[in-house]
Design a binder for this molecule. Structure first.
Ligand code: GLU
Length: 303
């Protein structure tokens, strides 16, 4: 495969649509991102890396961090977590409160905010430091020792985090958070506020492409867990447009309101595309277009 050529073409497919998206502004620190920025990188299961555009420019990973938090919680704690969070698409916006009351404080899936707060709470109980666990894992898998939380973004999220606080308190009222709400929120905002580039994330997603094997060859978890996480990514990883993402891109993936999307190709590698302009549900317009083009031209697909 001529990866450089595929990435160049994918970028060319994205460039005409970049102006159609708007950067997230409900977190003020993200609002100043340039919607015309675009980057994309792929990493094969063997660690070969290729990139195009602004692939080395760090951006806020936001909800992409949720897939790492979930993976680490499952690796540390096993399947008990699934009693506290479901595995169904929510059919609602990622920060919606609406289902939580009728479903007794059990979030629909680990990738909506409520679900990720429960996962963060579990990871905090299991490791004592959910933020540190996610940052360390990202550093080790990417080989980028300087990867870190952006404190300005974390502070901005905390300052404007009323909705996440409401979700957390509501779940605490059902007994579905075990640590103090303020602590869970702090760790959640921190892992969402990690700054990483497309190369970092493509490399960090490799363990799911290698069926649970980390970059150093050690095992994070078994093939079954990797399969299950990829399945939940496919059905729930792209907000309330997971169906559209599956239709257009055909890969398990997780998107974030920083404009990044990390997609996994089991057995082949991981690919990360990024552009800050989002569509109405929160997916990056440019990253979607690039990934759609990439999977249309290559055999990097699960279908
Ligand atoms: N930290 C963001 C929030 O809690 C994550 C949103 C996202 O990327 O989906 O609203």
């Amino acid at each position: 495969m001529d990866y450089e050529e595929l990435l160049t073409r994918a970028r060319a497919a994205a460039l005409p649509v970049l102006g159609r998206g708007q950067p997230a502004d409900y977190i003020p620190a993200l609002a100043c991102a340039d919607p015309y920025d675009f980057g994309m990188a792929l990493a094969t299961v063997d660690g070969e890396v290729h990139g195009t555009g602004e692939w080395r420019k760090p951006f806020s990973v936001q909800s992409v961090s949720k897939l790492f938090a979930l993976s680490l919680a499952l690796a540390h704690g096993g399947t008990a977590l699934w009693k506290r969070v479901g595995r169904e698409p929510s059919g609602n916006p990622f920060n919606s409160l609406i289902q939580l009351e009728s479903e007794h404080g059990i979030p629909r899936n680990p990738f909506i905010n409520a679900g990720a707060l429960v996962v963060t709470d579990a990871l905090l109980s299991l490791t004592g430091d959910a933020r540190g666990a996610v940052v360390d894992f990202l550093r080790e898998e990417s080989g980028n020792a300087s990867l870190a939380v952006d404190p300005a973004v974390a502070a901005s999220e905390a300052e404007h985090g009323h909705r996440n606080a409401a979700l957390a308190h509501f779940m605490a009222s059902f007994g579905n958070l075990h640590n103090p709400v303020e602590e869970v929120l702090e760790h959640y905002f921190a892992h969402c506020s990690v700054a990483a580039d497309c190369r970092d994330l493509a490399l960090a997603g490799g363990f799911l492409a290698r069926h649970g094997l980390r970059a150093d060859g050690s095992r994070l978890f078994g093939r079954g867990d990797a399969k299950r996480i990829n399945a939940v990514l496919l059905t729930c990883g792209a907000y309330d447009a997971a169906g559209e993402f599956a239709y257009r891109v055909g890969l398990p993936g997780k998107s974030g309101v920083g404009g990044g999307i990390l997609a996994i190709v089991p057995g082949r590698g991981a690919v990360c595309a990024w552009s800050p302009g989002l569509d109405a549900v929160g997916n990056s317009v440019g990253a979607m277009a690039a990934l759609e083009d990439f999977t249309a031209r290559s055999d990097w697909s699960v279908f």
